[in-house]
Design a protein around this ligand. Structure first.
Ligand code: HEM
Length: 427
């Protein structure tokens, strides 16, 4: 894990720009450009001409765009200057609380949106659930469930890959992680959808409904918690929390917040990588053929697909003090948006970045999991689940053929697909 990096010695001239010349259409907080899949040239232009620039007067207020790999890693390596804390606005571009009536305002504390030292303590509690040894333990179960789903998929007819495969597999993975009652597992999907929708959180009309679902989730988990309270130490996530110093005495809000983090954190992201696998390889049939001929390429292809899809388009930080970021005067209180979606297309790091190249040498440099002290704690589990999907597809010599344009998510945070019609064939 990275610790705070030293200040950069050199000033990178090419990334200093006059922000007054920033074109209007660089406001990449607009959800339309993602639902219409036309974000690529906008970020490319920024990377070429002004990789760090400031947008004023957007629907989310003023914010800095950081669009290339090196400055994003730099920001993430300075967590004492660039805060993740919910107290200053948290980790997404929306400030969430502005439009919500006072009585419904609550922001859930969760460790992704905390700074040190509390972040460190809570992260330490859940991190052992994601060690290589734990992944080995979960491998068989996840593989068997994945195989069952693939064997039940319709052959020779169109179906929705997002619902039947991406959502189902991800939900099962989370149920295994929490040792959640199997028959109720789709509740995890429902709660995750309600909790994770940033746009919804800003809609006063929907806030009450959302809170209702969150309380239902908390009550359900509380019951499980109580059932396991006197039980032996077990490897599921709830038992780990129960038996930990840092998390056993969480108040109700913190309990809810951290559940939401683990459920949402693992859900949309892994789901959209699985959908990105189907859609992405359809765009690059020569690469699909290469992968089909050589299954040894699967682990690298997993990294490449995660890079190409980038399931979370951005994370946000808030400056706690003035700071010169490669020649740009960031002021205390400024909102800094790190666009992973763009950094993963950084031409100075990735050759022909818009293409999927399954044997790309440096696919592992992808930034989809972030960097530094908040780097995704569930990354190994996500990689495992996606690798198993690709391996089980290869064993069955199954190919996904996308039969129409998918419906995309309208958001500048979660980057993915709502539905995608496909047909399976064998090769
Ligand atoms: C392809 C799938 C995934 C992607 C792209 C992804 C992406 C991310 C990103 C970008 C961050 C923030 C990093 C930063 O601020 O530097 C993060 C943090 C986190 N993720 Fe993931 N994630 C994925 C899967 C998962 C899974 C499967 C889980 C757990 C079940 C999970 C749980 C978390 C948690 C708990 C954090 C907070 C870590 C911290 O603040 O220390 N994620 N993830």
């Amino acid at each position: 894990m990275a610790t705070a990096a030293a200040e950069p010695e050199e000033t990178v001239e090419s990334i200093v720009t006059d922000v007054s010349e920033t074109p209007h259409d660089w406001d990449v907080s607009k959800a339309d450009i993602y639902v219409e899949d036309r974000w690529q040239p906008i970020f490319r232009e920024m990377r070429e001409t002004a990789p760090i620039n400031k947008i004023t007067g957007s629907g989310f207020g003023d914010y800095w765009n950081v669009t290339t790999l090196k400055p994003i890693q730099h920001v993430e390596a300075l967590p004492d200057i660039y805060s993740s804390s919910f107290e200053y606005g948290g980790i997404t571009i929306g400030d969430e609380l502005d439009d919500i009536p006072e009585e419904f305002r609550f922001q859930l504390p969760m460790f992704i949106a905390m700074d040190r030292p509390k972040h460190t303590e809570q992260r330490r509690t859940v991190a052992p659930a994601f060690t290589p040894a734990e992944m080995k333990r979960l491998d068989d179960d996840i593989r068997q469930r994945t195989a069952e789903i693939l064997d039940e998929l319709p052959r020779g007819e169109t179906f929705d890959w997002v619902d039947k495969v991406s959502i189902e597999l991800t939900t099962q993975m989370l149920a295994i992680l929490f040792d959640f009652p199997w028959e109720d597992r789709r509740k995890l999907t429902l709660w995750s959808d309600w909790a994770g929708d940033v746009e919804l959180a800003n809609d006063p009309a929907m806030v009450e409904e959302r809170i209702k679902h969150l309380y239902e989730m908390a009550a359900y988990f509380k019951e499980l918690w109580n059932q396991r309270l006197d039980g032996p130490e077990a490897p599921d996530l709830l038992s780990r929390m129960i038996h930990s110093e840092a998390m056993r005495d969480m108040d109700d809000f913190e309990f809810m917040g951290n559940l939401v983090l683990l459920i949402v954190g693992g859900n949309d992201t892994t789901r959209n990588t699985m959908s990105g696998y189907a859609y992405g390889l359809e765009q690059f049939p020569d690469q699909r053929a290469k992968l089909e001929q050589d299954p040894e390429l699967i682990p690298n292809a997993v990294q490449e697909i995660i890079r190409w899809q980038t399931p979370l388009a951005h994370m946000r930080r808030t400056a706690l003090s003035d700071h010169n970021l490669f020649g740009h005067e960031i002021k205390q209180g400024d909102k800094v948006i790190m666009w992973y979606l763009s950094a993963n297309r950084d031409e100075s790091v990735f050759e022909r970045p818009d293409e999927i190249i399954v044997d790309r040498e440096n696919a592992r440099r992808q930034l989809s999991f972030g960097y530094g002290i908040h780097r995704c704690v569930g990354a190994r589990l996500a990689e495992l689940q996606i690798r198993i999907l690709l391996e089980e597809m290869a064993k069955r010599r199954l190919r996904v053929n996308v039969t129409g344009e998918p419906e995309r998510v309208r958001a500048c945070f979660v980057h993915g697909y709502r539905s995608m019609d496909v047909e399976l064939s064998e090769y």
